[in-house]
Design a protein around this ligand. Sequence first.
Ligand code: ZN
Length: 317
Amino acid sequence: MTTSEGLPERVRVIEVGPRDGFQMEERFVPTRLKVETVEGLVAAGVAEIEATSFVHPRVIPQMADAAEVLGRIKDRWDVRLSVLVPNLEGARRALEIGGVDELRVVVCATESYNRRNVGLSIDESADRFARIAEAAQEHGVDASVVFGVALGCPIEGDVPIERVVELTERFVELGAAAIGVADSYGLANPVQVGAAVRAVREVLAGRRLWLHLHNTRGMALANALAALEEGVDSFDTAFGGLGGTPVMKGASGNIATEDLAYMCSEMGLDTGVDIDGVRAVSRRVAAFLGRTLPSHVLTAGTKQELMALNRSRASTR
Ligand code: ZN
């Protein structure tokens, strides 16, 4: 369903803070706090969560407790759980624990960045994905792919839209249940996002498309709006605007869950997300990390809160 402006009435927020957010942090986030973060997000109405990554702990020590986190949160709520898996071994570990609805695999849209990220050519990554998808299917689990640096690469710069279209066609054929397009370094602009979404949608063959946007240059909300106007209804977001990639310097936070939920609600679109509940999670994690998080709505509050504040000031004067 879309509104009269052509925007989707319901917007699906996929919370990636427990994975993309925490993976950047040097200080180990205790397993208990990770689990409580997921609990808080579920309580705030988030219906889909990327909970952790089954990457080797040598690569990302922060994710060393992936099995424990998944074990403690699985089957507890009616939410869709996904985990990131870098290879078949990670996929098998996650599938063995169970409770996962979707395995997500990152494949980068440029050869040089894919080599830097996972040490493989895109062809090799495609073979790897095919095996992961097969294992997932055996367990009745979806396997999806997210194209990293698809809207701008820190090594190669601009990425032709045709490349992303070709990748989409190829991975749909390999069994991808959904396709993610990522602006990993916040290099995209809204016109480009609109064009990319239109082109990719032509070859989706009924698969779901979601966007993964970073706010490195302040354009994540504008890029999200461009995608919404093309009818895209699914977005990765991170509470507080946490996140980034440890692969190379120059990446910063994801689009904040609070900010996207607020923009949607102001536009009359339903995300099902309770902004205050997400902010409670953000504040707790910010206190642990000992720094403020970049979400605007976390810092500035909502319009309604601003009005309430100024009304109570006026009445006590
Ligand atoms: Zn990311």
